[in-house]
Design a protein around this ligand. Sequence first.
Ligand code: NAD
Ligand code: UFG
Length: 349
Amino acid sequence: MTNKTVLVTGGAGYIGSHACVELLESGFNVVVVDNLCNSKIESLSRVQQITGKPLTFYQVDISDKAALTEIFAKESICAVMHFAGLKAVGESCEKPALYYHNNVCGTLILAEVMAAANVKQLVFSSSATVYGQSGSPQYSENFPLGAINPYGRSKVMIEDILRDLSTADSINRTKSPWKIALLRYFNPIGAHQSGLIGEDPNGIPNNLMPYVSQVAIGKLVQLSVFGDDYPTPDGTGVRDYIHVVDLVKGHIKAIAALEKPTFAQGGCKAYNLGTGQGYSVLEIIHTFEKITGHRINYKIAPRRTGDLAECFANPELALQELGWKAEKNLDDMVSDTWNWQTKNPQGYL
Ligand code: NAD
Ligand code: UFG
């Protein structure tokens, strides 16, 4: 157990709220900074309900340098988990400047404030979307980067900036160098097993899991399966779905690893967080039907622009260096999603 304080940016959001639970349950103090642009403060009440522990919340934008500086002066922060960011691929194509400003400039300001406060341990929410086209559907961390939309490019740019900050420390032989873990998520789904926190998308969901879940509960009429002519076993797209609780456990391991020999000299390292196992859209639908007992009404639709046939993680590096491995299976992911959906049919009210 520890009494260290971790600042969680974006802590009111889907993944951030699960991270707050895991941090509190691991004995950390938690300070959340979130501007609530894509979340509700109710998620943080639920975090406190689950854990029985308090946290500190600031409704602040990460681009607000003065407010962030004050928070670092007031709280004894030792590390930052940085989830704050905009994440809708389609919206990023319509409003690229918004995405670059919010995600890239916001992270730069956060990093400047951290360096000024001499807090240089950072765990960053990156994404499998940073990987460019490669010959293999199984992605390793050393594969070339090359995102294909502004959202993905904002993640590549942030990774580049953070690597540069770390390299500069080694050139300047800084005494307390940056220690940064870039965590590349595959497809996070599921919810905390209490059903008190989960994913609460605004409007019609873009992603498969919340869409299927809303069809099952009758909020949406029909799922469109984007393409059944991919070179995959059943023709539909294959992804590496990972339970959000496994994902945030990876963050706790990463925070711990920043104190260990791997990062003794500082550094900035990327880790895939995935299960290493791919499932197709039809497999997801059939698992949902099995777990919920509801039929999922779906139709085959044309491929969605920009989608890959198949994408899954090589998760070996995270196992070797962080000692982390996903433990939950697809049935767990679906039943926890369903538990959250049925307990909160309108999301957070
Ligand atoms: P989310 O939208 O639920 O959470 C993001 C949180 O950040 C929200 O609470 C939002 O209000 C806050 N936020 C956004 N911009 C901010 C700003 N400028 N200042 C302060 N707060 C701000 O999203 P999520 O699914 O929890 O994703 C968390 C992180 O993980 C994001 O960086 C996202 O890009 C990354 N990621 C998510 C997925 C996924 O499928 N969910 C996959 C890969 C990577
Ligand atoms: N799909 C459908 N119908 C839908 C939605 C999705 O058939 O209504 C299919 C897609 O074609 C794909 C699979 O379901 O084959 C998964 O699609 P998602 O939209 O759920 O997820 P993606 O893999 O496209 O992208 C997600 C996030 C990205 C992130 C990426 C990797 O949306 O932000 O995972 O982490 F970068």
